[in-house]
Design a protein around this ligand. Structure first.
Ligand SMILES: [Zn+2]
Length: 99
């Protein structure tokens, strides 16, 4: 009679949410393009340089501990996003692929 308890649960890389929440605050102070493509490139590069933080969560559930955890990762996040933004600003791809 066991129900499929896992059916509504998903595995997420918590770090993705952290980068998404942090990127705007970092790049607004930098001379880097803020278009969607560049933002995605910066996010991908930053995530490749950050340790993944996988969590099991129910679909649609918000991370209630976000602000607590965010404090621990702030320095690493800001550093990784800054480095990624420099890389993207030197090699922007927004004009090379879709026009
Ligand atoms: Zn751009």
């Amino acid at each position: 009679m066991a129900k499929m308890k896992s059916s509504n649960e998903i595995i997420r890389n918590f770090m993705e949410d952290m980068v998404a929440d942090t990127i705007d605050g970092v790049i607004k102070n930098m001379d880097v393009c803020g278009c969607e493509k560049c933002r995605m490139d910066i996010t991908a590069i930053a995530l490749n340089n950050l340790p993944p933080k996988y969590v099991v969560t129910r679909k649609g559930q918000l991370f209630t501990k976000l602000s607590v955890l965010q404090h621990q990762f702030d320095a690493d996040l800001t550093s990784a996003i800054s480095k990624a933004a420099v890389i993207v600003s030197e090699n922007p791809r927004h004009n090379t692929e879709e026009q």
